[in-house]
Design a protein around this ligand. Structure first.
Ligand code: NAD
Length: 354
């Protein structure tokens, strides 16, 4: 297959980690007979430095014409003084909006080799943890009307959802559950919020089209607790923007290591935006010590969800497991008895095992 992939390395460690993910994707292309064209563009601070804005129209157009977009991370102290409307993070928000990606996928798995980094008791993680949190990304209280009283002593943020917004996310969730372990848990606060009642009714309607998927509903406060008490009960979780923001970070803490976590943002077609969940880590940039595995695993999600290359995606995931089994670790996940490697070497090790 031929595919066009836009890469947006971004700032600080962004270029270091993206280079490793590209290397691994190139190894996949060679091994499986595909041709991937990489088109590198600027985003965030790098784009401000070159073009004066964090995202240019041209870059957005290139992203919307590509099969998939792979991003590093944006922002950092260099641009802290830039006015709010032109900050690096604005480029990322504009990119998500411009690409119309409304579903944010955050897998949460605990690599058995890194179980020591998980803050939960060993008996709680004795069963495999493999959760896919699907967070709605373009609606909810983050995009509702805001109000502040003239005396600045009262404020309102409006939570809003439409049936269409819930339904399109739910369908992605059910499709995903079908391909995984056939379970979907919808998280809301339907005992209090009208938006959540609409959410629950809509999910129940969509569920009728997926009789093979076992659906359950959970209030968000209970879900936050259950993620800690018995995370192995979850397969796919779907939820709104606000609840998903919190639960997906909670799940990242469970997995134990920021540098390991990939993410995908999808719209209604197959085009998607793929990025690690961490930021630009200015404190370790330029020293070749960043962990590139979250970005490399984002590459696996890209192959799976945008290019439909499941075997190739699994090959990346297996290669990462193998490198961890062999005891190689970047500094952030290093423990006694392991072999410490840098960012580039970690990329080489994974690529060589494809
Ligand atoms: P951060 O995620 O960049 O770093 C937090 C800590 O984790 C740091 O100690 C860092 O060294 C470490 N870390 C992060 N990624 C790592 C990796 N791959 N390997 C090893 N260690 C890693 O969060 P921060 O320090 O709060 O933010 C730094 C900048 O990144 C800010 O400008 C912030 O706005 C931006 N940011 C961007 C994104 C994004 O691009 N999606 C997300 C979060 C933060």
């Amino acid at each position: 297959m031929q595919a066009n992939i836009v890469t947006l390395p971004g700032d600080y460690i962004g270029p270091e980690i993206i280079a490793q993910a590209v290397k691994v994707l190139q190894a996949v292309a060679v091994q499986y007979g595909h041709t991937f064209h990489f088109d590198e563009r600027r985003l965030g601070g790098a784009s401000i430095d070159e073009f004066g804005v964090p995202l240019t129209e041209e870059t957005l157009a290139a992203c919307n014409a590509a099969d998939a977009v792979l991003m590093g991370s944006v922002g950092g102290p260099k641009w802290d003084g830039v006015e709010a409307s032109r900050r690096p993070e604005k480029g990322l928000l504009a990119l998500r909006k411009g690409m119309q990606v409304f579903a944010n996928l955050r897998p949460c798995t605990i690599h058995p080799q890194l179980a020591g980094a998980c803050p939960l008791r060993p008996d709680i993680i004795s069963e495999p943890i493999d959760i896919m949190i699907l967070r709605e990304l373009t609606g909810d209280i983050y995009f509702g009307k805001r109000w502040r009283s003239e005396d600045r002593k009262a404020a309102t943020d409006e939570m809003a959802y439409s049936e269409m917004e819930v339904e399109r996310l739910a369908r992605i969730g059910f499709e995903m559950a079908k391909k995984r372990r056939g379970k979907l848990c919808s998280v809301d606060k339907a005992n209090v919020l009208e938006c959540s009642r609409l959410w629950r009714e809509t999910v129940a309607k969509v569920a009728k089209d997926y009789p093979e998927v076992e659906v359950s509903y959970m209030y968000v406060d209970n879900a936050a607790m259950q993620l800690i008490l018995r995370p192995s009960q979850f397969d796919v979780m779907i939820t709104g923007n606000l609840f998903g923001d919190i639960l997906s970070d909670e799940s990242a803490a469970i997995a134990g290591s920021l540098g390991m976590m990939p993410s995908a943002s999808l719209g209604s077609g197959t085009r998607g935006l793929y990025e690690p969940i961490h930021g630009s880590a200015p404190d370790i940039a330029g020293r070749d010590i960043a962990n590139p595995l979250g970005t490399i695993l984002s590459g696996a999600l890209l192959l799976r969800h945008s290019l439909g290359l499941e075997d190739e995606a699994r090959a990346i995931e297996r290669a990462v497991e193998q490198v961890l089994d062999e005891g190689y670790r970047t500094g952030d996940i290093f423990s006694e008895g392991c072999t410490r490697v840098g960012c580039t070497q970690m990329g080489d090790l994974v690529a060589a095992r494809i």
